[in-house]
Design a protein around this ligand. Sequence first.
Ligand code: XMP
Length: 528
Amino acid sequence: LVLILDFGSQYTHLITRRIRALNVFSLCISGTSPLKSIADLNPSAIILSGGPHSVHVDSAPCFAPGFIDYAESNRIPVLGICYGLQLLVQQSGGEVRSGKKQEYGRMEIEVSKTGGLFRDNNIGDKQSVWMSHGDEAVKLPEGFEVVARSRQGSVAAVENPKKRLYGLQYHPEVTHSPEGMETLKHFLFDLCGISAGWKMEDVLQEELKAIQTTVGPDDHVICALSGGVDSTVAATLVHKAIGDRLHCVFVDNGLLRWKERERVMETFESDLHLPVTCIDASEEFLSKLKGVTDPEKKRKIIGNEFIAIFDKFAHDLEQKLVKKKKPEYLVQGTLYPDVIESCPPPGTGRTHSHTIKSHHNVGGLPKDMKLKLIEPLKLLFKDEVRELGRIMGVPQPFLKRHPFPGPGLAVRVPGDVTLENRLDILRRVADEIFVQAIKDAGIYDSIWQAFAVFMPVLTVGVQGDQRTHRYAIALRAVTSQDGMTADWYYFDHKFLADVSTRICNEVPGVNRVLLDITSKPPSTIEWE
Ligand code: XMP
């Protein structure tokens, strides 16, 4: 295991993923975690991430007291990246000075000592690397040596081979450092002696065994399927482990995409052979949403209604089961980014204290059900979940689907969703026209999410020489890594023109199409 201590860099998850891509298991925990948490994981190597802080600020995060002694006495190599290097230097008795020479973006560094971090290089070799720092190490602690410098002469890499402490002032994990991965590989495989052997096949076998050990032979497990990748892969995995003692439920809340219910049920039943009960609760949901315009109220109503239906499903199931054994477990498709406890950089919105929206996932846990959770994906990233799904035979098109929010189209119709046929208009535009056009243009996989938003605004138009007074539709498509931040997708103009024409021609009630060109932040991806 390679352990990443997170100090708030935007690249921390990337380091974890890069290492896993080398078939080495890696985990990321908060940089300030106590020594015991670190020791319990028994890491073979530790990487200290970068971060936006300055080591001089009082509130700057630091590893636990005694960390360097712990690593040294257990012969665990440590690599500090950017802020991580500065922490290593400062905490070992060196000096870090605040930003005289700020270095941001692509820089050139020159190797000044070989044999360690740069074993196979020659002295004087140059590398293009990605820097992003204001502070710099100006005095190294005893035992440390500079092994590369930037063109401006600042310290770019240091090492203390005796204590197995290493530091890179640049980011080897980003693609803008073309030789960075080679350096990381050399660190892991040569300097730390780690062998690559972690594979998704092994993860599958381990998870199956873990589920079979946890769930007793008479126990029953329930799972709420949303039709998304995560809950589907989680359910498929649990089904593989315990067979038909898994009971899935899929709720049609009247807020689903075009033909979603039919598509999802077919995939579950025909392709995955998952036992699923489909509950049509659209009338209940829509009647509760009638007249409600406040976004948070809408979200709460949908969340609560879902819990009520789920609760009833579990209760009915208990009555039906032969041994009247209450279902004890609930499967959730929680992913690793949701459980990582990181050091959020101040002011980036990555703090957990401020509720922007009350997200709810299908499967929100009813308070009085006291179900125990099975979260078989909680150590995996989205692309790894897709890979796990692939080796279990979940169809590719299903695995590549864009995420869809728990509250469904309700967050894409600002205001009252039940008026006129707003939901129907949206379904036709969003999926039948916009998303299909995106698929036809071959750009679906380059986009994180694409959808239409119903604008509850009547505007004047002219169609067939007639004055019209109809609704507007906004198109939203974004690129993103994890949904936390996003940029809008730059469509080809011709593509947009064609989609706009089709929407106004084919969707009754619409005479205007807008494009949402805001990133997140300041907007969010969904409109409510
Ligand atoms: P926002 O709108 O907060 O969305 O920028 C970020 C990502 O989360 C999805 N989303 C949700 N997913 N339950 C979910 O499971 C929710 O309540 C929810 N609200 C937003 C959104 O589609 C985007 O991918």
